[in-house]
Design a protein around this ligand. Sequence first.
Ligand SMILES: *Cc1c(COP(=O)(O)O)cnc(C)c1O
Length: 403
Amino acid sequence: METKFPLTGWSSVAIHGGHQKDPRHAHLTPIYAGSTYVFDTAEQGMNRFTGKEPGYIYARFGSPTITEAADKIAALETFGLNIPAKAILHASGMGALTTLFLSNLKAGEKILTHFSLYGGTEELIHRVLKDLNIETVITDLHDLNNAEAILKNDPSIRMVYLETPANPTLQCIDLEGLIGLAKKYGKKVACDNTFATPYLQQPFAFGADFIMHSTTKFLNGHGTAISGVLIGTDVEFMSTIVTKKHRLLGANANPFDAFLLTQGIKTLEVRMERHCHNAMEVANFLDTHTAVAKVNYTGLSHHPDQAIANKQMRHPGAMMSFELKKGMSGGMEFLNRLQMCVRAVSLGTCDTLLSHPASTTHFGVSKEEREKYGITDGLIRLSVGMESIQDILHDLDQALSTQ
Ligand SMILES: *Cc1c(COP(=O)(O)O)cnc(C)c1O
């Protein structure tokens, strides 16, 4: 970035942050699709490999298109905080998580986390890390006394892993309280900030060491690509251990997806304002509907975590879930009747996306197990889009009319 004055506004950083002037005067950083970079001399090759001279080497390690997206996200996650951070773009959110865990934990060490994480994260913990003898302690992290007792008594816990707000109940974890405790006992803290985005919540402000995003979601914003990011405040650690793991695991992002991500991030503030405004209207509508048993949204005063969300988030976000009284058949019938809103998993796109976890993502999980995580038969998950609000409400209303 080559501005002569500091950028003071969030969207100015979202638009200009991370950008480097193109040597051929292209307005947007081009998609650098080639696999390798040229050394002018043998000595230059040596100097790039030893780090004496900056410069690109091989596209699995990085390229200008990828650097721009990563640097923009680092600038947003540290906006107004005056702390350093380095971001590394990955092939997906899962790729970023894999690098996070394998850079920080070895056999015999443990993660402390809470119920109801993103499904892929839960499977990574149970199906991959467990086989590497990296165990996970799962507990209710709302209870800070309970969390402190565990942290105090189990020295093999190396990392506290948080997802807030979390799928599908929009449970929130008190970042200030929990990170404070983790630091007291010398643990590292990582936070999945996908649902909130850096516009709504900055875990680094509370002392988190790492943030990850599935940039596939709100940061891209248009459902056009898959990618993920890992950001850390220990720049030295990020530049050495984490960079090495990222390269060796082959979790590199591709330049086409990075280009789309960069363009998407530029409008994040205006998109989130619209998403959140629409979400509040949708939550109020569903909350008084006779077919709906319960709405999980922290913008509603009956959500148990409203105070925590208000403390650490700018707005309650655009994700919510609600329970239909008619259960499994009600959930499927409702989805089938939707006309404009889209039946799909994923989230954070311009259009409103709805899914029915009990018949799709969690079909293979026993009813008893599902209900432990709040996934009842009639639960619908909703990513509220940016369409004109009257059309979203109209579609939901007509789809609910047979319930
Ligand atoms: C989608 C998602 C992930 C995984 O990201 P991918 O880009 O699909 O690999 C992780 N955490 C949350 C909260 C997500 O929504």
